[in-house]
Design a protein around this ligand. Sequence first.
Ligand code: KIV
Length: 314
Amino acid sequence: MSTTSPTPSPALSTRKKVTTRTFRQKKQRGELITMLTAYDYMTAQVVDQAGIDCILVGDSLGMVVLGYANTLPVTMEDMLHHCKAVARGAHMPLLIGDMPFMSYQVSVEEAVRNAGRFLQEAGMEAVKLEGGRERADAVRQIVAAGIPVMGHIGLTPQSVSQLGGFVPQGKTAAAAKRLVEDALILQDAGCFSIVLESVPAQLAELISKQLEVPTIGIGAGIGCDGQVLVIHDLLGLFDRFVPKFAKQYRKLHDAFVEALEEFKTEVEAQAFPAVEHSIFMDEAEWQALLAALKESGVHVEGTDPEGQSRISRI
Ligand code: KIV
């Protein structure tokens, strides 16, 4: 396995780096934005190769990678660790680090300092944080520090205890109006884009039309300026539950288990490793070893009278 960082293939090198400017331009041109989560080097490479516009290192990592019941236990150190791996694997997509619970809620100063760590230490190019009007000051100050911010309203998983579960938001006229206002406040505060999670499709379309900055939907219908999915949902890797709004493009969890069962069966039947997966000594070196061992009184099991080992004759 090569230990050097792979250089992008020619097809990739003709692609242009996606920036927050690209987001704005895509909305202006009516082109849809694609975004996926990734949490490690290999997945980031694949997402990049597929030409996806943006990678979110989401705090969903707490659930799909770290096995927590929700995103609340995820720490800054968890996030930075995974962001660094993603930054090593992906070059063309815009890279966004998700600010974890309690990294931006205590004070605006802490929010700015933690946002800065995503860019300074972890190779991210923007941050995302959850919340509406109550986050406007933090957004303003982070943006003032030169850090692009993506907003996130609707179902905000870090407020799962307050929301009473992972339930759709904005279904009443009053709640929907509040979300429209929040979206406009976040735009005014400087967000370059806003995630709309688990809100009615008509509302998401209305908000998307009201805003100049692009909206990225997840469980928000077709009227958003782009779509995001958690990659484990898309690939069918996470089998604990499948959110209603997630489409499983593959069922890799099953394929994963099948492959591992095949491995187990082959190992137990001595069908793996086969000759092509094994390395052998030159016959002369092998014979020299056997002779040397014999001379020093070591008895070698599994050798026949010609000195051939069982393995080398398979
Ligand atoms: O953490 C995450 O993956 C997210 C997306 C679902 C938007 O916030």
